[in-house]
Design a protein. Structure first.
Length: 258
């Protein structure tokens, strides 16, 4: 039944395409541009990422920029992706960043961490490249009873909150993943994170957005709601804020370099 629903809702532009093909990322950029409801979500995410970046010296790097437009909210953004894409400034691996020590004041991204097979390497690189007071700001999937149901029944990516390790076998840059990884690192293993990465401090974790991304169809499914209804759904979610631990599909997370 779940497989039938996924096929029924699959976006016709990307149906059956290889997730790791750069052309698929370019198509997803087109999908976001033509889905008003989804654009409203990305606008909100990008504003929050921009507000988290500190003032002062240093560059701001975005990871996984290929399908997005965060540079409209952070004009001097250094856009990057592991996949060669038309609009990115550099092709870079988040686990081996091509920047000098303490040269960045911010690293921002949406839905990247849970695709990194060696997340610990990224945290070490972030600590090296960020200046003191610099921040990593991200929007990532989160584990809640509701999100676990959605990710295991309706989503194509692996989602394993019980994974013993942060690492998973490397593969394609988008097809390899564990959607539960951010929750594992920052919630389940939060003490271990602090022990392994003492230069980094978790400053903020805010689970949010239980329904809007689903009804938007995201980048891989058809839109289920018209664009004009986005503010209505945002208001509904606002009323459900006290239940965000039980319903949150994503989390806004900020880490500071001490």
């Amino acid at each position: 039944m779940a497989g039938f629903l996924r096929r029924l809702l699959e976006h016709p532009l990307t149906a059956g395409l290889d997730l790791d093909d750069p052309a698929t990322t370019e198509l997803r950029k087109e999908i976001i541009a033509h889905k008003p409801f989804l654009r409203g979500i990305y606008n909100e995410w990008y504003r929050r990422l921009g507000e988290a970046v500190p003032e002062g010296d240093g560059g701001v790097l975005e990871l996984g920029s290929g399908a997005g437009y965060c540079q409209q909210f952070l004009p001097d953004l250094i856009t990057s992706d592991l996949i060669p894409c038309k609009a990115v400034k550099i092709v870079a691996d988040a686990q081996r960043l091509p920047f000098t020590d303490q040269s960045l004041k911010g690293i921002v991204f949406v839905n990247v961490l849970h695709h990194l097979p060696e997340a610990g390497e990224f945290f070490r690189e972030a600590a090296r490249c960020l200046r003191p007071g610099g921040k990593v700001a991200m929007v990532e999937p989160w584990v809640s009873p509701w999100s676990t149901f959605v990710h295991t029944k309706l989503h194509h990516e692996p989602f394993d909150p019980k994974a013993a390790e942060w690492n998973f076998p490397p593969g394609g840059p988008l097809s390899s993943a564990n959607g539960a990884l951010p929750w594992i690192v920052f919630e389940r293993d939060k003490d271990l994170f602090q022990t392994k990465h003492p230069e980094l401090r978790v400053e903020r974790i805010e689970p949010f957005m239980p329904f809007r991304y689903i009804v938007s169809g995201g980048v891989s499914m058809r839109t289920l709601m018209p664009g004009f209804s986005h503010p209505i759904w945002r208001g509904i979610e606002g009323m459900l804020t006290p239940l965000r631990r039980q319903l949150g599909m994503f989390a806004f997370i900020v880490i500071r370099r001490v």
